[in-house]
Design a protein around this ligand. Structure first.
Ligand code: ZN
Length: 361
């Protein structure tokens, strides 16, 4: 059986058929904005109060974007991915926003981790909980939008058969898991309890890197090829475990962190192997995981042209986890995904966390 994975963007291959078969870009943009509107609720997800307008929450603290911006602007991942429906660059205020909570909650609940002065030494446990809340909210907002998109697509089939019903089951399972993680983080946000999250990597670089990232990923396979998440498992008893990653550019330094929920034991072999590696290998892996798994990365506009046209980097960023198959055998798909998402080739893309790419703005 042939298994392929949808690549994002419109440059080459399968995608062309998906996006370019739509004669009218406006049509698709309209669908996306209708879905965003339909996904919006009238209550703040955090405090439950009725709200008339939601906050444009950022997926990462705005000071990080400011520190890498040029004339107030940054590149979005789409600069490399090249999808027609998203912007390639934009102002710091617009970057990476989602709408799920009210202004009051957004300004009150994340103060500790959104303060650059709190990264002088290591971070407090409550800051990790706040980061986890933000990461979960971002994913919940995303999945809610996608849900609307699939509903809409069932009516119109505009996006083609690859955006199928099957995918929707995963969205619902994902949503349940993210909401559970979110609720735990919310309970911990003011507690400052040790041991709830395991911060296995906290590293400060004495230079500013040209990228900013905060988010969660669900590793499919670890450094040694062990399965971490069987992401196509449909059993409600199987839970996806998340890895939280931050690359936070400060004024003259960069903080890089990785942590997991301490109950998520499937990450143990991963961090055990990771911690044994020399620092340049560690940085290269963090860099690769971000580009392979997430589209929420922001790049400085001062980044060298050679990076923007790097073919391998583009390829890695276009990789998605949506499988295209004739027959659905989830074991086979997982097996193929473990090959595609192998971390072995982490050296094949430029490591933007390396000192050679440091920003001198
Ligand atoms: Zn609220």
């Amino acid at each position: 059986m042939e298994v392929g994975f949808i690549c994002l963007g419109i440059q080459d291959g399968e995608n062309d058929k998906i996006i370019s078969s739509l004669e009218d870009k406006k049509k698709i943009n309209k669908i996306f904005s209708e879905c965003r509107r339909a996904a919006k609720e009238d209550k703040c997800f955090f405090c439950g109060n009725n709200v008339s307008s939601f906050c444009n929450s950022h997926s990462l603290p705005s000071f990080c974007l400011k520190n890498i911006s040029v004339n107030g602007e940054v590149y979005f991942a789409n600069k490399m991915v090249g999808s027609t429906r998203m912007d390639e660059q934009g102002g710091v205020k617009k970057a990476g926003t989602f709408q799920l909570i009210c202004r009051n909650c957004d300004s009150k609940e994340f103060q500790d981790y959104e303060n650059p002065d709190n990264y002088k030494n290591t971070v407090q446990p409550k800051m990790l909980a706040q980061i986890a809340i933000k990461n979960c909210l971002r994913m919940i907002a995303k999945r809610k939008n996608e849900n609307q998109l699939y509903k809409k697509n069932l009516q119109t089939s505009l996006l083609g058969k690859n955006f199928n019903v099957d995918q929707r089951e995963y969205i619902d399972l994902d949503l349940t898991d993210y909401i559970k993680s979110y609720e735990k983080a919310k309970r911990l946000r003011n507690k400052n309890w040790n041991g709830e999250y395991y911060l296995f990597f906290y590293h400060k670089l004495n230079y500013v890197v040209p990228l900013a990232f905060q988010g969660l990923v669900s590793l499919i396979v670890d450094i040694d090829g062990n399965t971490v998440n069987d992401i196509y498992n449909k059993s409600p008893d199987y839970h996806i475990q998340d890895l939280h990653i931050c690359v936070l550019p400060l004024k003259n330094e960069t903080v890089i962190m990785m942590f997991v929920d301490s109950m998520d034991k499937r990450y143990r072999p991963f961090y055990k192997s990771f911690l044994k590696l020399p620092i340049d290998e560690k940085l290269s892996l963090v860099n690769y995981i971000i580009f392979l798994y997430s589209e929420d990365v922001f790049l400085s506009k001062a980044i060298p042209q050679e990076i923007l046209v790097n073919k391998k980097l583009k390829e890695v960023m276009q990789q998605s986890q949506v499988a295209v198959v004739q027959e659905v055998d989830t074991d086979i798909i997982q097996h193929e995904a473990e090959k595609v998402f192998s971390l072995q080739q982490h050296r094949s893309i430029p490591n933007l966390l390396d000192e050679r790419y440091k920003l001198t703005l």
